[in-house]
Design a protein around this ligand. Sequence first.
Ligand code: SF4
Length: 325
Amino acid sequence: MNDAPILEAVNLSQHFEIQTGLIRRETRTVKAVTDLNFDIRPGETLALVGESGCGKTTTTRLLLRLQTPTGGSVRYDGHDINQLSGAALKAYRSRVQAVFQDPWSSINPRVRIQDFVAEPLVVNENLTRGEIDRRVHEAMDAVGLRPQDARKFSHEFSGGQRQRIAIASAIVSRPRLIILDEPVSGLDVSIRSQIINLFKDLQAEYGLSYILVAHDLATTRYLADRVAVMYLGRMIEQGPTDEVFDAPAHPYTQALLSAALSADPNAPRHEIMMNGEVPSPLNPPSGCAFHPRCHRFIGDVCKTLRPRLQHQAPGRCVSCHLHDR
Ligand code: SF4
């Protein structure tokens, strides 16, 4: 099996300038993400975890080439995606797909399901009508929809079925990687597990890779092989899911996981409180950006020196002065 990365983020950064102040105009730099490094290999799931404003959304937009990074690159099979054009760009758009949170907003109510599901094939591939129809029916069947559903409109389906339709559209071009951006957050709790299990089944059947962005840590633990924890635009911990969940190394990860409900309602809870809110990326704290909220704060070194992301074990890294080597 070829284990080379499908996609890599290499020192990926997205900084932009904004004007602030009504009377004295001032140009400030927002560092949405800085120096991200991660990769995703065939058949695996990598989860990006962190509170709102940590840079997950910017990261997924950069991976989908909806924004151009101000530093670093996203590499697909070793090629910078922002250098792709023509057939190579169409191949990228076919092979890297996305499923977003809100299945209602992503489906045009005046378009028949068949045409919605077929869109990636029509835009990115050169197929006959018959081949497109065959691939659409194959994708609908794979997500548990009936062939006769193809002629219907989105308002004729429930929220869970709409998400199945969105997934059919994501797999119709036989992608290698799907970015799942809060894929079950908009669904009733009762059908979330069906959709999560569908992702598992599709991964087993087609060897798909996923990059998962989810607030729900139970979903993350169930689906992800590896977890990358982000705080204020930087990666602060990365490792195999079980290792990170069972023994989080970074104080932020410890606090984040401690707030999540255990699957066992009788398990003792030791929630670690974080002080205050996530700081503004316009005015990040000095040194370790987490220091004003950290329950393990160890003094001036935390205030003045930004910790480097350091390897602790194979596949495991953390940026915190408690783990300096
Ligand atoms: Fe906390 Fe210091 Fe580690 Fe930052 S470097 S997470 S402030 S202990």
